[in-house]
Write a protein that binds this ligand. Structure first.
Ligand code: ADP
Ligand code: MG
Length: 701
């Protein structure tokens, strides 16, 4: 149950003075992800922090007022100029200081009211935006007007918030000020030593300082108030993850030990030797599996680093111990590809494998389900269909999740609900910086596959403007004649999948007009069978160019494809470009990547392309990506349902993550059920940052 102390913060925003349904709608557009059906709460407003301040304390002079700038002036009111009755002219009040004269301009003003507001002969403080017109300054509807004495007490520093269309700054400011008045004094949930070390103000004080700033410094993301809230958000996240981990670990795993009978045969069947990194990851995984604690391990490795073999070795080990494994891929294409790629080795090692996808129906499906339920199959490969209720495992001991960034945290936890607390190995091809691993996975053990298998040729990356398209097409033709295979990736159009598709279809038509049936097409609107057929044609060489939307982004393996052309490269994020480029450079021939862009390039696009040309190191690229665009997209939060951060910014506050992780862990060793006073306070924190689903993990079994 949510502490009743928090009720005012969880009330709908319409309970605030001056916030009606219309304004609430605008605020929702501003603050909640589009399409969200959640009610907008007072809490959501509170966590919307200012991006800058307007400081009206600095007094200016009329003659020096910059065009378009906001200034605060001390002026003597000289005369009023009221328009005639029928006139559409504005009401003007002329005022001056030592340096000159300014017109204060009001539309539809009423004389009596104006004369009271700006009495002739008085010295007043006015603040607002100054415009120069024909050498004369004017201020249209000053933001405020007050007497000299009042100016001493008025809040002259105003927070400025990010806005949305139709929402006025003033209205938003008032709504947030109203929400601020609702914040109760809450018991401190942060460890006192950490509070002291970082000089964190209390939660309520931090909000006060940010929403009613005394100066520009007060809203600096590096300042104590903002860092305090960032820490709160990290702590809530880390505590939720730690609670999940505590629950998973409490359900003790079982040792999965093997005699090497299967794993040795897998190694013998491989046409290559394992890299050092692979051998080490396998050793780490085997050690995890062998002990009685449940494995929660993340296998990080760049595209093409060779994660699949590592997974196979783990699954072979599970089979040696008599347990089944499930290998879960995000798409059917990938599930199929894994099954194909593993088939030969699995067979050589005497492992029985079943591919189960949504496409299996009727008798085939029944037969496959029976094989799984009766333990006749060792390895099950598939999509999330593997975790539908109908799928019963004989004895599921290991779950491997590939390309995990497409799955959400909860989905991931639910995977392990089948079987007797199976071990969990998560493989990710997005090289996630260490700080983000913490943010997204909390306390998972990590194995890293550094480097690529030996013999890989570097990929030459060039950037070419769209004007030189015909040149690239000609070169593609030549490459095909030399026996090369090419990917041709078409622009990502965010708003509509349809135009995405149209671009790909159009390019396909054009290229097919030149190269005939050597050109294939694959896109997201195709059925699974159609996609497979298109990829199979490309793999076998029946087609030599495949025009694709970004459906090829994840994991597709055609080792003899050597060129990738990415159209409108400026529209892709850095990680995505890197993923796409990783489709080539997998075979023995040198490969290249052509980034086709439309000039002129923006600063960020320029920087991205420079990084792409400079390095192939996925971890470096991930770090650069983080710098260039913040953490949200990098984790693929949009697809995965991972919560993004509201106030914390990993690139600014990342140093606090580790502290939050350690603190969360420490709390749970001392107070596993969150029952002490601090534990109670921490529950409040979980609610505040929307991580209260973790509270259900307490006691609940
Ligand atoms: P990813 O990490 O992207 O999943 P894969 O497991 O698909 O990478 O491996 C990419 C390619 O590299 C595959 O064709 C695989 O057979 C090959 N490969 C994997 N390990 C090695 C190795 N040690 N030496 C040579 N080639 C390897
Ligand atoms: Mg892979």
């Amino acid at each position: 149950m949510r502490p009743s102390l928090l009720d005012p913060l969880f009330a709908p925003v319409t309970t605030l003075d001056g916030v009606g349904p219309k304004l609430a709608g605008l605020l929702k557009t501003l603050l909640l992800p589009s399409g969200s059906d959640a009610a907008l709460r007072v809490r959501d407003l509170l966590l919307h922090l200012p991006s800058s301040v307007v400081d009206r304390r600095q007094r200016g002079e009329i003659a020096m007022a910059p065009e378009g700038g906001i200034v605060t002036l001390t002026v003597r009111i000289d005369r009023h100029q009221a328009p005639g009755r029928a006139s559409t002219m504005p009401y003007r009040v002329f005022a001056q200081d030592e340096t000159g004269e300014i017109a204060l301009t009001y539309f539809r003003a009423q004389s009596g009211w104006m004369e009271k507001l700006l009495p002739v002969g008085e010295t007043m403080v006015v603040s607002g935006r100054v415009e120069w017109f024909n050498g004369r300054p004017q201020m249209v509807h000053p933001d405020f007007v007050c007497s000299l004495e009042e100016a001493e007490t008025l809040p002259l520093v105003e927070p400025v918030y990010p806005l949305t269309a139709g929402l006025s700054a003033k209205v938003l400011r008032k709504a947030i000020a109203a929400s601020l008045a609702e914040v109760p004094v809450l018991a401190e949930w942060i460890d006192p030593a950490i509070v002291a070390k970082h000089s964190f103000p209390p939660f309520k004080t931090a909000l006060d300082r940010l929403h009613a700033p005394e100066d520009a410094l007060a809203i600096d993301p590096l300042g104590a108030p903002w860092r305090r809230l960032a820490y709160d958000e990290f702590l809530a996240g880390q505590l939720a993850l730690a609670l999940a981990r505590q629950k998973v670990k409490k359900a003790r795993g079982r040792p999965l030990k093997g005699d090497g009978s299967r794993t040795k045969r897998v190694i013998a069947a491989l046409p290559f030797t394992l890299t050092e990194g692979q051998a080490q990851a396998i050793a780490e995984i085997e050690a995890d599996m062998a002990d009685g604690e449940r494995m929660l391990r993340l296998l990080q490795g760049d595209v093409g680093a060779g994660k699949t073999v590592v997974a196979l070795m783990a699954m072979a080990r599970a089979a040696e111990a008599g347990a089944q494994s499930a290998l879960l891929a995000p798409t059917e294409i990938l599930a199929r590809q894994h099954a194909q790629g593993l088939a030969a080795y699995a067979e050589a090692a005497g492992l029985h494998m079943t591919l189960l996808t949504g496409r299996d129906t009727g008798r085939t499906r029944t037969e496959k389900l029976a094989a799984i339920a009766e333990g006749r199959t060792d390895i099950v490969v598939g999509t999330h269909a593997l975790f539908q209720d109908a799928v019963e495992y004989h004895d599921l001991g290991l779950v491997v999740v590939d390309e995990q960034h497409r799955f959400g945290v909860h989905q991931r936890l639910s995977l392990t609900a089948k079987g007797r607390t199976p071990d969990l190995l998560v493989m990710t091809a997005t090289p996630i910086p260490r700080t983000l691993v913490l943010a997204a996975f909390g306390d998972m053990d990590v194995s890293k596959l550094q480097g690529k298998p030996a013999g890989r040729k570097p990929i030459t990356t060039v950037a070419v403007p769209m004007e030189r398209l015909s040149e690239i097409v000609a070169r593609a033709g030549k490459a095909m004649d030399d026996g090369d295979k090419l990917y041709w990736v078409c622009p990502l159009v965010e708003e509509s999948e349809k135009s995405d598709l149209m671009a790909a279809e159009e390019r396909h038509r054009q290229l097919a007009g030149i190269f005939g049936d050597r050109v294939g097409l694959v896109h997201g609107r195709m059925t699974g069978e159609e996609k497979d057929a298109a990829m199979a044609d490309f793999k076998s060489g029946r087609t030599r160019i495949i025009v694709a939307t970004t459906v090829i982004e994840v994991g597709v393996d055609v080792p003899d494809a050597t060129i990738i052309v990415i159209e409108h490269a400026e529209r892709f994020g850095l990680s995505q470009l890197h993923q796409l480029r990783g489709r080539v450079g997998r075979g023995s021939k040198p490969s290249s990547c052509v980034l086709l862009y439309r000039a002129p390039l923006g600063e960020t696009a320029k920087a991205r392309i420079a990084v792409m040309r400079e390095t192939e190191d996925g971890f470096r690229i991930a770090e650069e990506d983080l710098k260039l665009r913040g953490e949200g997209d990098l984790l693929g939060t949009k697809q995965s349902g991972l919560p993004g951060f509201r106030v914390a910014r990993v690139e600014v506050h990342g140093d606090l993550l580790e502290t939050a992780r350690d603190d969360a862990r420490l709390v749970l060793t001392r107070d596993p059920e969150l029952e002490t006073p601090r534990g109670e306070a921490l529950r409040t924190l979980l609610y505040l940052f929307g991580r209260d689903d973790a509270i259900r993990l307490l006691r609940a079994g």
